[in-house]
Structure formats: structure tokens, C-alpha cells
Design a protein around this ligand. Structure first.
Ligand code: NAD
Length: 788
């Protein structure tokens, strides 16, 4: 038989560059057993576990399970390297990043094949997406290193960063973590996921080859326990985590009160919305990529199809037909669409979830065709006939399972899209750009793709809203996540509040006062639910007034009012500015009265504080229409609009000092950016804020935008922290209460800022700028393709 006929008969491929030979040779060269990479040295393998090829079940290598001592050694190495690394010029650091990018490119095939063998993802993806994006990330951040001082003039690196990553994009997640950290001048300890350590170890060799100074990058392999040792280590200044929401929450709780920087990139259940005027064939191709890219093991997978009812039947029929052509099999075969799942345990988990969904009424479609006889393979699945409460709709499946639902109107599409605890990404298909751009801002997600999906670029930030985490990777916002203000190191403990504590005594002592200041909720003055009042004393212990003693119920009402007022976010920035200017003007008009009230409560002349408060309102009125986004130009036929959005409802607990400015300095940036606020003013001196109601009412502030609850700062902060209707919480108070606030905020992963008992001199004009603006906002990147 001649050769061609022979090939037709066997359908075997000839040798291809994607063959496993070189990767196997590299593994053999290491006797298929690895220690850690610490301080530029390879440690002897310790207690090990096996890293398996999920497509074959064969063991690829033994990986060391890092102990607390290993982590400690890595932290010491990183600390030792920090001084020298951070002192290098940005240009010098940039050259190392550039060299890493070049080396990754030079060995790209080895990286791609090794990644596919270790993870099971199709070689087409590791070769054409993962590894090129890794190189792009290092190139991009080489530039940031050099321009850092100009672009972030008052910022310094955190120091030693602990970085923990998942298994779905092993080398890419490593690049997203290590490149910005190094560019900023940090040193790192990175722990790859236990299933996929190999490319991180190969990367460590690249660091050696390019001569990266010892200790700048340390790779410690291991399981969850190794991750715990990292998050608990007192010598680490910042934790960057990508992984599941449950572990993210545990890390939030462990790091509470430590002052460590924290960014969390967590799970998702992203909507894929198809309107009736969409280009259906393109939307189907996009969907194939959205949900079956990397076997659906993608945090931002478009796993919830929302299709307009008028095209539902046609769309689903076409989709099923297209699913029949998807090829599942050997990931090293470059014509494969769907490779192997990461591990048998993940296959079992997905099968269990499917069983639960079916028991709840779901129907499952899977195309015909056999799966490979061995290995972790699953067929692509389409789930229909589900309600929003079905397990398969609500839970992140992290597998090749698409759930489909329909909607009638754009409003319903938005409602369904946002009906999830997650907020990572969303996709919108419509030929009507006006409609798409109207929907994009309404979706609570950090990334929105219009007529495309799964676009990623180093210059464009990526990250979540809600329980998908906080912080961004990529772009300017990703860089700033590895920097902190230089002045933070000069903060000193806050002096004890000078105002006398309320003395226990007869609660009726104050009965000669004819008026008790009420709360301010939803634009109305309201009595405290508790029916109790609190005495306000001056610093000599003399009674100067009474306020309501707010409780859980008052906070609930205030949050409800603040949520109902969220239209404030879409009020034009110009209008928000005008209202803040008006507030400032009206306050200024009554400056003598407010100054006298400050004096009565604190004994200090209040004139300066009132003047500063007016100035601060002016400052943030000025920012309202200026602190805005950017348009990125990634190397794809698209622009990405980085839009600055408010967090939503913010709880703000003001410091005890400076009764008026302490509150104004915090609420002004929040309001300027479109947040609505539940404010707890200084517990000792709340009268300056209860006096403000009339000023608020005469300044056109819409009802519910500012709500004020007086009472005990710590207990009200706890209620705010535990409330899932609060999206962000700032707390100025002692260290113990700050820890409590951070811990209690884990349930919906609200973003927090706490003063941890340190004195932030809010009169300082450094607080007139982006410090609080950045904390009151998050960036949404909307990708818009171009080209006919
Ligand atoms: P995982 O949370 O189980 O593990 C992630 C990493 O954390 C691993 O390295 C693991 O060893 C480590 N770890 C486990 N327990 C820990 C603990 N208690 N303390 C510290 N570290 C611990 O997640 P996974 O199964 O590896 O990855 C899948 C998840 O990652 C999905 O939820 C997915 O959506 C998410 N993910 C998010 C993004 C993003 O950018 N938002 C990207 C990729 C994956």
C-alpha cells in the first residue's frame, strides 16, 4: 500500500511539533521529581504527590507538598531580595521582565505542550491563547516598570507578595500575578495549584536563565495547606488569590485585621445574552467559545445563555446542530475542540451537580458520539427547562455545561443577568449597538463583551463585582493593585478621643432638652426603632444634646432607602457636581452656626473645620465629572472602554475626631462617584451631622442618597458589615473593631477600608484626590469590536 492510502486507512498523524517528546525529555531530565524554587535554588523534594495527565491518567511527575517551614524559607528569601529589587530603576526591572517575555516566547512550544499534558486543555488553546498571552503580559508590564515613577509618583510596592493560583490557566494566572508584582518592585512567593505545577516550575528555570536576582521569584508547590501557610504568614505584605469563592472568603477572614493588601479573583456564572436582532451564526460561534473553551473550566465562562424568546427555538436548534460537530478527545491533537477535565474528582462533582439539576426538572442534551475510553472526558451539555432557582443555574459548575433560559424584554434580560451572587463577566449579542451599550452598564460585572467573548489583554483590567471578588488584574488598575501610598508608613496610632464618654446615670437627666435629634432615612427624619436616646457630652462631661440610639432595624431601613436611591449612579456627573456644590454653598451660608456646634461638642474653635468641610465638598464636586475612565486599544479589532462605576450602597462609619469634617471627607468622594450612603457619624459628637439634615434638604440631594443613623459606631458597623445590601464599607475606628468589620464583611465580599486604629488626618489635602475616589469605585471594561 502506498503511503497516502496507508494514512487514509489508519488516519494516524505523522510527527507534529505538538508531540510530547520534548516535554517528556524535560521531565526526565528532572527525574520526574521536583522540589521548590526558593532563593534561586532548587530544594530537595520533600513529601510529594503526583501530578497526573488527565487525558491518560498517567503520572507525569512527583511534586513537593510545601510545609509551613518551606513557606517561611521562601518569605525570608523574598524579604531578603526586596530591598535590592525595589531599589533597581524601573528600567532595570523592566529589562528583566522583557527578558522573561522573550524566553517564554523562545520556549513557547515546550510550555504549551507541558501545559496541555498537565492540565488537559486542547493544545490549540495553550499554543494560541495561553502562552502568547503570558508573553504579552510580561512585555506589557516591562513598560509599566519603566514608567512607574511618572505614572504613580507617590506609590511604593507592598513588599513581599503571596500569590495563590488555580489550575485552569496555570501559566497565564502565574503571569497575571508575577508580572505586575515584579514591575512594581515587589518580590513574590507563588503557589501553583496542586493539579498543575509543572509550567510554574519550568517558569522558575526561565527566571534562573535570565539571571533574575535570587529570591525575587519563589515557587512553592503544594496543596491547600501550603496556601493556608502563605495566607497566615505574618511576613507577607499582600495576598493575591485566584480561585473559588469559598476559599476566597476564607482568605478574607484570615487576613482580616492584618493590614495585608488583598485582591481576590473568584468564581463566576456569567450571562451570555442574545437579542433577537443578533447575527445568530456569529453568536453561536461565540457561545461555543464562551462555554466550551477550556472544557468550561473558565471563571468567566458564558455558562448562562439568555436568549430572546422570539428566536429561542431557532437558536437552540442551531446550537444543538453545532454541538454535534464538537470533537472531544486527546488534547495534544490540534484538531480537538474539547480536551480533558482536570481530574476525576472534578468529573464526579459535575456529574453530581447534573443529577441534582435533573432531579429539579432540568432537561439535558448531549450530542451523540463516544468519549475516549480512558481519561477525564465529558461531553458538552446543554441544559434547558430550568427556573432561576435550579442548581445548575445558580451554581458555578466549572465544566462543559451550558444552561439556557429565555427572556422577553431587555429589562428582563438585565434582571436575569444580575440574578446571581457573582459578577465577573457578561456577553451581549445584538446588531443594535445602542441597545448593547445601554445594557452593558446595567450589568453588574467587571467585564462585558459586546458581540464577542473571552477577549483578554494585558492592557485591559479583568476582575469581578460582588462575590466574584475585588481588585483587578491587567491595565492601570491591575498595576495599582500592587502599589500603596508611600505615606502609609508614616501613619501613627489615633489619639484617644478627647471627648468625655457618656456617663452612666439617670437617663432622664436630659429631659430638660426639648428636642432629640432624629435619624435621617430616605429623606425623612425618623425616630430610632429602639425608642432610646443617647446623651451627647462635651469634653468636660456636660450634656450638650441627645440623639437617637440607632439599631439593626434603623440600619436595615437606611440600606433599603439607599438601595432605592441607586438611580443616583446614573444621574449625570455634572448634576451630581452641582448638588455637591450646592451642599457646600448652603453649609458655608450657615458656617457660624456649625462652628458653634463644633465648639460646643469639642471645645475647639470650629471655624476652620467648617471651612475645610466646605472646601472638601467643592473638591469632590470638582471630581464628579473628571475622575473617569479610559479607552484601551488592545491588539484585537476592538476597543475596551474602561468605565468607572460606583460600588453601589456604601456604609460609612466616621472617625470620632472632627465631628463635621470626619464625615464630610468620607461621604463627599462616595457621593461624587454615584454611591448612595448610609452614614454613621462620630458617636461622641454626632450633632454636627444631625444639624446637616436641613442643609441636605435645601440642596436638592435626592431622598435616600444620604442616610444618617446615629448610635454606637462599632455595633452599627457590625450590622453594616453583615448586611448583604451594602456593597462597600469604610470604617474609621480602633484596630479591634476594624478586624471585626473586615471579618464580618465576608458574606457578600463587600469592599472595605478600615483605619485600623491609625490616625488619618482627614484635613490633609492628600485626601482630596484619588485615594478615596479609587476606593469608592470599580472599573468595568466593556469590549466593543470594530470592523465591518
Ligand atoms: P480553589 O479555590 O480550590 O483553589 C485555588 C488555589 O487555592 C489552589 O492553589 C489551592 O491549592 C489553594 N487553596 C485551597 N484552599 C486554600 C486555603 N484554605 N487557603 C489558601 N489557599 C488555598 O479553586 P480551583 O478549583 O483551583 O479553581 C477554580 C476556581 O477558580 C473557580 O471558582 C474559578 O471560577 C476560579 N477562577 C477565577 C478566576 C478569576 O480571574 N476570577 C480565574 C480562574 C479561576
Amino acid at each position: 500500500m502506498n503511503k497516502i492510502a496507508q494514512i487514509f486507512k489508519t488516519l494516524d498523524y505523522g510527527p507534529a511539533p505538538e508531540g510530547p517528546e520534548q516535554a517528556n525529555a524535560w521531565l526526565d531530565a528532572h527525574d520526574r521529581k521536583f522540589g521548590h524554587f526558593i532563593d534561586g535554588q532548587w530544594t530537595k523534594p520533600g513529601k510529594t504527590f503526583s501530578s497526573d495527565n488527565p487525558a491518560t491518567g498517567e503520572s507525569l511527575a512527583q511534586i513537593t507538598d510545601g510545609t509551613a517551614e518551606d513557606v517561611d524559607a521562601a518569605v525570608k528569601a523574598a524579604r531578603g531580595a526586596f530591598k535590592g529589587w525595589s531599589a533597581l530603576s524601573g528600567y532595570e526591572r523592566g529589562k528583566y521582565l522583557y527578558a522573561i517575555a522573550r524566553a517564554v516566547q523562545k520556549h513557547s512550544r515546550l510550555f504549551a505542550v507541558l501545559e496541555t499534558m498537565d492540565n488537559g486543555k486542547p493544545i490549540r488553546e495553550s499554543r494560541d491563547i495561553d502562552i502568547p498571552l503570558v508573553a504579552r503580559h510580561f512585555y506589557h508590564h516591562a513598560g509599566w516598570a519603566q514608567h512607574l515613577n511618572r505614572e504613580f509618583p507617590d506609590a511604593v510596592p507592598y513588599g513581599v507578595c503571596g500569590q495563590i493560583i488555580p489550575w485552569n490557566f496555570p501559566l497565564l494566572m502565574l503571569a497575571w500575578k508575577i508580572a505586575p508584582a515584579l514591575a512594581a518592585g515587589n518580590t513574590v512567593i507563588l503557589k501553583p495549584a496542586e493539579f498543575t505545577s509543572l509550567t510554574a516550575l519550568l517558569f522558575a528555570e526561565i527566571c534562573e536563565r535570565v539571571g533574575l536576582p535570587k529570591g525575587v521569584v519563589n515557587i512553592v508547590t503544594g496543596e491547600g495547606g501550603t496556601g493556608q501557610a502563605i495566607t497566615a504568614h505574618a511576613g507577607i505584605d499582600k495576598i493575591a488569590f485566584t480561585g473559588s469563592t469559598d476559599v476566597g472568603k476564607a482568605i478574607r477572614a484570615v487576613t482580616a485585621g492584618t493590614g495585608k493588601g488583598l485582591s481576590l479573583e473568584l468564581g463566576g456564572k456569567s450571562p451570555y445574552i442574545v437579542f433577537e436582532d443578533a447575527d445568530i451564526d456569529s453568536a453561536i460561534e461565540g457561545l461555543i467559545d464562551a462555554i466550551w473553551f477550556n472544557q468550561g473550566q473558565v471563571c468567566c465562562a458564558g455558562s448562562r445563555l439568555l436568549v430572546q424568546e422570539s428566536i429561542e427555538t431557532r437558536f437552540i436548534t442551531k446550537l444543538k446542530k453545532r454541538m454535534e460537530t464538537l470533537r472531544v478527545g486527546d488534547p495534544l491533537d490540534k484538531s480537538i475542540d474539547i480536551g480533558a477535565m482536570i481530574a476525576p474528582i472534578q468529573v464526579e462533582r459535575i456529574k453530581d451537580l447534573m443529577k441534582r439539576g435533573v432531579a429539579e426538572g432540568a432537561e439535558v442534551y448531549e450530542p451523540d458520539g463516544a468519549l475516549p475510553a480512558k481519561g477525564c472526558f465529558l461531553k458538552p451539555a446543554l441544559v434547558t427547562n430550568v427556573s432561576p432557582a435550579n442548581t445548575l443555574v445558580a451554581e458555578e459548575i466549572f465544566g462543559p455545561v451550558l444552561v439556557a433560559m429565555s427572556f422577553r424584554t431587555p429589562e428582563e434580560a438585565v434582571q436575569l443577568a444580575n440574578n446571581t451572587k457573582y459578577g465577573l463577566a457578561a456577553t451581549i449579542w445584538s446588531e443594535n449597538i445602542n441597545l448593547a451599550l445601554d445594557i452593558a452598564p446595567q450589568i453588574k460585572a467587571g467585564v462585558v463583551w459586546i458581540n464577542g467573548t473571552n477577549n483578554f489583554d494585558a492592557a485591559v483590567g479583568f476582575g469581578g463585582y460582588k462575590e466574584s471578588g475585588f481588585g483587578r488584574e491587567g491595565g492601570r488598575e491591575g498595576m495599582s493593585a500592587y502599589l500603596k501610598p508611600a505615606w502609609e508608613k508614616d501613619l501613627r496610632p489615633a489619639p484617644a478621643a478627647k471627648v468625655a464618654e457618656a456617663k452612666a446615670g439617670n437617663p432622664l437627666d436630659a429631659s430638660h432638652l426639648d428636642q432629640t435629634a432624629k435619624m435621617y432615612i430616605g429623606g425623612k427624619q425618623s425616630r430610632p426603632d429602639s425608642g432610646y436616646s443617647r446623651a451627647v457630652l462635651d469634653n468636660s462631661g456636660k450634656l450638650v444634646g441627645e440623639v437617637g440610639d440607632g439599631n439593626r432595624k434603623d440600619i436595615r431601613n437606611a440600606v433599603e432607602a439607599a438601595r432605592a436611591a441607586l438611580g443616583w449612579a446614573s444621574t449625570p456627573a455634572h448634576t451630581r457636581a452641582q448638588i455637591l456644590y450646592f451642599l457646600a454653598e448652603n453649609l458655608d451660608y450657615r458656617r457660624d452656626e456649625f462652628a458653634a456646634r463644633i465648639k460646643a461638642q469639642t471645645g475647639h474653635d470650629g471655624a476652620e473645620e467648617v471651612a475645610l468641610s466646605v472646601e472638601r465638598l467643592f473638591a469632590f464636586a470638582g471630581w464628579a465629572d473628571k475622575y473617569d475612565g479610559a479607552v484601551h486599544n488592545p491588539p484585537l479589532r476592538a476597543v475596551a472602554a474602561a468605565m468607572i462605576e460606583p460600588l453601589g450602597v456604601m456604609g460609612i462609619v466616621a472617625p470620632p475626631s472632627r465631628p463635621l469634617l470626619g464625615s464630610i471627607a468620607l461621604i463627599a468622594p462616595a457621593l461624587a462617584m454615584g454611591n448612595t450612603v448610609v452614614l454613621v457619624p462620630s458617636a461622641q459628637s454626632p450633632l454636627s451631622l444631625t444639624d446637616l439634615y436641613q442643609v441636605i434638604e435645601t440642596s436638592d440631594v435626592p431622598n435616600g442618597v444620604i442616610n444618617i443613623v446615629t448610635g454606637d459606631s462599632v455595633s452599627l458597623a457590625k450590622t453594616l458589615a453583615e448586611h448583604d445590601g451594602v456593597d462597600g464599607l469604610w470604617f474609621a475606628g480602633n484596630a479591634e473593631a476594624s478586624t471585626m468589620v473586615e471579618k464580618a464583611s465576608t458574606s457578600n465580599l463587600k469592599q472595605t477600608w478600615t483605619s485600623r486604629g491609625l490616625y488619618y488626618d482627614l484635613a490633609d489635602r492628600r485626601f482630596e484626590g484619588d485615594y478615596f475616589l479609587g476606593k469608592a469605585t470599580q472599573v468595568k471594561n466593556v469590549w466593543i469590536p470594530y470592523g465591518a
